[in-house]
Design a protein around this ligand. Structure first.
Ligand code: OAD
Ligand code: ZN
Length: 228
């Protein structure tokens, strides 16, 4: 049984990481276009750095929850037949025990050099313009896919979706493409599709099965069901 799991901010919500589309429409007090576009970075790099430096530092204060841990249990059982594709830039899947994780929107704990294009593991601040460990140029930006940029690993993701028997979407609003289109792609390839989300997402009707409630409850129950 080949399973592809797509996760969004909702899987980390109960760990205390805020989601994007909260009631006030702001992300930690910022409009998304002020911190998550290449244009914002060109105009005000220090604002963007301060924002992501704070997000990266905040990772130290959060822990994976039962949803992350259940996906690690699923990986133990399925091995290479499970792929977790996450839109999240936090590291909670890895800290929950998952090893087969693709971060399609990049990672907080990575920096991207605008000089040599290297992606380097990074745990410190970037706002003080440290030099790139590869080329020495002080042009490191957050290794995060901003609006208008192309997500990572699309070839591997599409190939896995084509082969999937089950596609599970967890904690994502279905508002951002290409991830929002994965359900139709997986279904066209013959996968059973399941949504696990706090409330119906924008694409809820596209799934064979949609269950609504907190991820920390729904995901462990679904994993038990899948392995039972
Ligand atoms: P959103 O904030 O758009 O959606 C989060 C979803 O999680 C919503 O549908 C909530 O109902 C649901 N949710 C909240 N708490 C939950 C819980 N405890 N259990 C289950 N579900 C819960 O976040 P994403 O869909 O991840 O991109 O957003 C997609 C992309 O938009 C992000 O990766 C980011 C953002 O702009 C970039 O930064 C490129
Ligand atoms: Zn470099």
């Amino acid at each position: 049984m080949k399973v592809v799991v797509l996760t969004g901010a909702g899987v980390s919500a109960e760990s205390g990481v805020p989601t994007f589309r909260d009631a006030d429409g702001l992300w930690e007090g910022h409009r998304v276009e002020d911190v998550a576009t290449p244009e914002a970075y060109d105009l005000q790099p220090s604002v963007v750095h301060r924002f992501y430096d704070a997000r990266r530092a905040a990772l130290a204060g959060v822990e994976p929850n039962d949803a992350h841990r259940a996906l690690a249990v699923l990986e133990e059982a399925l091995g290479d037949d499970l792929l977790v594709v996450t839109q999240n830039i936090d590291d909670l899947h890895e800290r929950g025990g998952s090893t087969r994780v693709l971060h399609m929107h990049g990672e907080l704990r990575s920096a991207l050099c605008r000089g040599c294009r290297s992606r380097v593991a990074w745990t410190e601040d970037l706002g003080d313009y440290p030099p790139c460990p590869r080329c020495g140029v002080s042009e490191l930006r957050p290794d995060v896919v901003w609006f208008g940029e192309i997500p990572y690993e699309m070839d591997r993701i599409m190939a896995a979706l084509e082969e999937a028997d089950v596609f599970v979407s967890i904690g994502t609003s279905g508002a951002v493409y290409p991830a929002a289109g994965f359900v139709q792609y997986a279904a066209a390839g013959g996968a059973r599709t399941v949504e696990l989300n706090l409330e119906p997402s924008a694409g809820s009707h596209l799934f064979d099965d949609a269950r609504h409630g907190p991820a920390s409850v729904l995901v462990p129950a679904f994993v038990r069901e899948l392995l039972g």
